[in-house]
Design a protein around this ligand. Structure first.
Ligand code: ADP
Ligand code: MG
Length: 264
């Protein structure tokens, strides 16, 4: 056999870590099974690509700051009859709306699953190869404000631009205050028709003048967000409340059983 002593180093220099780990084992298999050298090379490349893909996904999941355990599989569609599951699955696959920087606005009272749904869609988008950042809106606004003070606002907005989808959770919790909400408006304008925003909000549009400092800014923000956007209204009873009630019922049931058995 010709000298291949420098192969590990060559693979390292070429940044092919999976090949570096697997080549020896696969070379033995290739010899054993009489693989054509081109087939051996193909198998090595496939392993490298597959690992690269899963490393990228893991990186994108980590950077997204998505809340854990809020997947599409664990979302109970039957609990929200106002939602069309096929439409949600379509949104979760990304494609046209993400490619065109369109938005998704999720409205509804507290506890109906807005955050869960937004996060679940975000996770699916990442699986589909997109980059997503999940943040509470108030936190992001604070970051933008700090960046403005440090004269790094443009760079911060640039960094946000690498995300195909920005999930702004609890949009309505931002309190009306000149500099804060004008930064939010700047962000919306900056991404308009280029990069998507998914937002969750308790307040209907009519109350958005409580978020933006003046009515014109509120109207302009709504205009940009809903232009080509999708609006989902989650009208259901609070899932939290339902869960708490069924837990309570179960507890009552088990106390009743216990006291009956004590009576006996
Ligand atoms: P919201 O953001 O509307 O206030 P959340 O998404 O935080 O509500 O939901 C409250 C809790 O109930 C979370 O733990 C969430 O996972 C759960 N939940 C809400 N709706 C559903 C649903 N349809 N299926 C499964 N879990 C749900
Ligand atoms: Mg929420």
């Amino acid at each position: 056999m010709k000298d291949v002593g420098s192969l590990p180093l060559l693979l390292k220099q070429l940044a092919l870590p999976t090949m570096q780990v697997l080549w020896e084992e696969l070379a033995a298999k290739a010899m054993d099974q009489g693989w054509h050298p081109a087939y051996f090379l193909k198998i090595l490349c496939e392993h490298e690509l597959a690992h690269r893909h899963s490393r990228r996904l893991a990186r994108h999941m980590k950077e997204s700051h998505l809340p854990s355990c809020k997947s599409i599989e664990s979302f109970d569609f039957a609990a929200v009859p106002s939602l069309n599951k096929t439409q949600i699955m379509g949104l979760a696959s990304g494609d046209v709306w993400i490619e065109n920087g369109r938005n998704l606005l999720i409205f509804g009272p507290s506890g109906v699953g807005k955050t869960h749904l937004a996060a679940a869609i975000g996770e699916q988008l990442i699986q589909g190869g997109y980059r997503v950042l999940f943040t509470r809106t108030t936190e992001l606004v604070q970051k933008l404000q700090a960046a403005k003070k440090e004269f790094t606002l443009a760079a911060t907005l640039d960094k946000l631009d690498k995300y195909h989808c920005l999930i702004l959770d609890d949009f309505g919790y931002v309190k009306r205050n000149g500099p804060e909400t004008s930064l939010l408006f700047e962000l919306i304008s900056e991404r308009y028709e280029r990069r998507s925003i998914v937002l969750t909000c308790n307040q209907p549009f009519q109350q958005w003048d409580q978020i933006f400092e003046d009515k014109h800014m509120a109207i302009a923000a709504v205009d940009r967000l809903i232009h080509h956007g999708t609006i989902l209204e989650l009208s259901a009873e609070s899932y939290r409340k339902r869960e708490a009630e069924s837990r309570l019922q179960k507890e009552r049931g088990s106390t009743r059983k216990k006291s009956k058995s004590q009576e006996l």
